[in-house]
Write a protein of this length. Structure first.
Length: 213
């Protein structure tokens, strides 16, 4: 029995080809450790493995926008986006692998270990940004780090200088990779993500201090 051609057409509209992404907002829902190795320039990382339902509506507040979604598990992504009220999204057909195979431009995020971070900050030329919430920052943060919560980063991006290296950390890595993708989207190139976040940094000799009241 043949399928209704109208249904087939609607299904086809749920996908977009790798060469049709220009100018559209792109959300990459892969896990941060995979995202950093290669992604579509301008895409924002919001992994399904973290607080996706909390973060995604803040990053993409217009639920009627024509969004491009990159995901390894399109079924899971589809169900969760539907529950959040999004309707006009389309998946990149074949995911990131198809985009990469097409030979189109890619971007990456450099991540470093906490030991490398400890060595780097001795040069004092960098900007260190703690992208956790303010209450977490106040409990204890890297000495001289500034606090810009990840969901406020886009609105406060003018506080940062594109000409200076920016080191990003959070609690464990989810938020800092999201922050790195936001900075990349806005033209920042001198970015380094610190693996393991404050939990791993606290195991080094890097000074951790509370906010003075």
């Amino acid at each position: 029995m043949s399928q209704n051609p109208i249904i087939l057409y609607i299904r086809a509209m749920n996908f977009v080809q790798a060469n049709e992404l220009s100018g559209k907002p792109i959300a990459d829902l892969r896990v941060p450790d995979i995202f950093e190795r290669g992604f579509v320039p301008g895409s924002v990382n919001a992994g399904l493995n973290g607080p996706f339902e909390e973060r995604f509506p803040v990053l993409f507040p217009n639920k009627n926008a024509d969004l491009i979604i990159i995901a390894d598990d399109t079924n899971d992504a589809d169900q969760r986006l539907q529950k959040l009220g999004y309707q006009n999204y389309r998946f990149l057909e074949g995911g990131y692998k198809a985009y990469q195979a097409a030979g189109l431009p890619i971007d990456m995020v450099i991540s470093i270990t906490t030991e490398e971070f400890e060595l780097d900050i001795n040069f004092r030329e960098e900007v260190i940004v703690d992208v956790r919430t303010t209450d977490k920052y106040d409990e204890g943060h890297v000495l001289d780090a500034m606090n810009i919560p990840v969901l406020e980063l886009e609105s406060q991006i003018k506080l940062l200088d594109k000409e200076k290296p920016v080191y990003l950390y959070c609690s464990g890595g989810y938020s800092s990779m999201m922050a790195a993708s936001i900075l990349k989207k806005n033209g920042f190139q001198l970015i380094k993500n610190v693996y393991g976040g404050i939990k791993k940094i606290s195991e080094t000799r890097v000074p951790i201090v509370p906010t003075k009241k």
